[in-house]
Structures are given as C-alpha cells and as structure tokens.
Design a protein around this ligand. Structure first.
Ligand code: G3H
Ligand code: 13P
Ligand code: ZN
Length: 333
C-alpha cells in the first residue's frame, strides 16, 4: 500500500524541483485513467474529490474507488485528497472515508461563495489542522481568492484578491498548515482569461521567498484549443474558452509551485471523446462504448501533463511514509 499524506509527495517535489498534478475525480473511469497514466509514467499522484464529487457519489462509493486505486498500484505514491473542504465537518467526513490529505478553503465562508476575512480563515484552518494532524493527515489551506465558479464553489464574478505575500507568511506561521494555495490570477473553470493569460509571477516569487512549505495553484487547467475544437466539432458550445498555457505552469513550477490542480481539462477530454462516439456511432448504446474511449482520452491527457509538469519518473525516488509516521511526526513538534 502506498497511501501517503500529500505533505510527503509535495515536499519531495519541492526537493526535486518538479510539479505534481492533483486531478479531480468523480467516478471509476476518471480514477482508472489517472492511475494508468501514473503507472505508465511512474509518477506520484494526488487524486482529489470535491465536496460536489463526494455528494454525487454518496461518499462511500468514491472513498472505496480511491482506495482501489491505492491497492491496485502499490508502487505508486498516492494521496487521497479532499478538494475545497468548507468546514471542520467536511474534513472529518473526508478523513473518515480514508483521505490522507484535506483542503480547508477558509478564504470563503462555509457557503463556499462569500469571501471571508483573515481571522475567520485562521480560525477554521487551525481547527482542521488540529484534527487532521492528530491523525497524520496533511492540510492544505488557501489565502487570497480565485475567480470562477464550480458547482457552487468559488467567488464567481465577485472580487478577486491576489494573495498578499506578508499575510501568507503570517498565516502559515499561525496555522501550521502543510501547503498553501495562493491566488496569482488563475480561476476555476473553462473561461479563465478575456485576453492573454496574465499570472502575477512577481507575487509568486515574493511568496516563495517568505514561506518554505509547498505552494498550490488552483484553477490550473490549460483548456487546450484542440480539445475545445473537438468538443465544438461534435456539437458542443464552448466559444472563447481559455486556460493557463503549459509554459506558464512550467514557469510557476520553476518559481516554486508544487501542486497543480486540474479538473476542467479532464472534463473536456471526457466530453470530447463521448461526443465523438455519439456523433460518429449513433447506433451505440452500451456505456462501455463511450466511457471506455473517454477513459483512454483522459489517460492520454494526464500522461502528457505528468511529463510536462516533470512528475514522470519520480514514483520510486523515496520510501512512502504512512499516516502513522506523520502522526508521530506531528506529535513530536
Ligand atoms: O475547484 C473545484 C473543482 O473543479 C471541483 O469542481 O465542485 O464541480 O466538483 P466541482
Ligand atoms: P480547473 O478548473 O482549472 O481545472 O481547476 C481545478 C481546481 O482548482 C480544483 O480545485
Ligand atoms: Zn480549486
């Protein structure tokens, strides 16, 4: 078994100077595709479930599917992660189904929409750190607010606040989190920029100079034009969709980002593949005839990302540590 806390995967990535994708999952095919890619490229990997995904799958199903990914791939370091937890309760539920890592997104209130204040963020984050660390589970927090909205989570068209580097430093010291998600101009979803991408690399550099824990970039899908063209070709309607170019992500990794969150690109790969089957083979009605190609398309996409982020080849660099190891580590601090 190589279920490891995300802290180890990300600290190793920091040492090695590469990025690790955290890929959102909702169902079996997505999990299998990501794990096939990790196996083929020998990459450590973070599979993450949002609150929406856990609700959709009724928690237990997704928990066991993620555990199956760990069991089936004993040589790959895998972290099971809660994406955008909104409360201590959400973290507790995720840990109960086996997550080795949780995010508490205290940059927003519990409604997942309204921007919170610093004091609220510190308070809710500390409560999760205390609970999770006692069980060896890693904690990711967020400071600053991203644009975009996914399944009700996110600030939508509300004000976007880039992370204040000094506040980030203070926040890390006050909360004891293991990794920090920052806002440098990315946003969730398939419509990230009106014109060219415009990330605040200067802010990232300043934050990296002030904090030593791994840094996380949300909203990091590239929204490849080829996938959008494919979706539109087969009846989709996604005019003007744009994402973060891979070159910007690679620059972010060079400047000190370790965890790169990707959901939208996976959705696009799946949608394009399914649309293609429906248009080209309208006689087909066995779900395996379209979910199979969707799984292959997602695997191919993730293989490319694992190579581009520099994750490929790092699966056997280190001996995986357990939650028990980290429980002892936190207790000794
Ligand atoms: O950041 C959010 C992720 O893209 C998850 O989206 O809440 O629709 O599952 P979701
Ligand atoms: P994308 O919408 O850019 O894929 O971002 C996903 C994300 O940040 C999940 O937490
Ligand atoms: Zn996110």
């Amino acid at each position: 078994m190589a279920l490891v806390p995300a802290r180890q995967i990300l600290e190793e990535a920091k040492k090695g100077g590469y990025g690790v994708g955290a890929y959102n999952v909702n169902n079996m095919e997505q999990i299998q595709a990501i794990m096939e890619a990790a196996k083929e490229t020998q990459s450590p990997v973070i599979i993450q479930a949002s609150r929406g995904a856990l609700k959709y799958s009724n928690f237990t199903y997704l928990g066991y599917l993620m555990k199956a990914a760990v069991i089936e791939n004993p040589d790959i370091p895998v972290a099971m992660h809660l994406d955008h937890g909104n409360s201590l309760e959400s973290a507790i539920k995720a840990i109960e189904i086996g997550c080795s890592s949780v995010m508490i997104d205290g940059s927003l209130l519990e409604d997942g929409k309204t921007a919170s204040d610093y004091a609220y963020n510190v308070k809710v984050t500390k409560s999760v750190v205390e609970y999770a660390h006692a069980r060896g589970v890693s904690v990711e927090a967020e400071i600053g607010t991203l644009g975009g909205i996914e399944d009700g989570h996110g600030i939508g068209d509300g004000p976007v606040h880039l992370t204040d580097p000094k506040e980030a430093k203070k926040f890390v010291e006050e909360t004891g989190v293991d990794s920090l998600a920052i806002a440098i101009g990315t946003s969730h979803g398939a419509y990230k920029f009106k014109g060219a991408s415009n990330l605040a690399f200067d802010v990232l550099k300043e934050i990296r100079g002030l904090i030593s824990i791994p840094i996380v970039l949300h909203g990091a899908s590239s929204v490849p034009k080829a996938l959008i063209d494919e979706v539109n070709k087969y009846g989709g309607k996604m005019p003007g969709a744009t994402g973060v170019p891979m070159s910007d992500l690679q620059q972010s990794i060079k400047l000190g980002v370790q965890k790169i969150n990707v959901d939208t690109d996976g959705r696009l790969a799946i949608t394009a593949a399914i649309r293609k089957v429906f248009v080209e083979s309208p006689e087909k009605f066995d779900p395996r005839d379209y979910l199979g190609p969707a799984r292959t398309a997602l695997k191919n996409l993730i293989v490319t990302k694992m190579k581009d982020f520099g994750t490929a080849g790092h699966a056997k660099d280190y001996a995986p540590k357990s939650l028990e190891d980290y429980k002892k580590f936190y207790a000794s601090k």
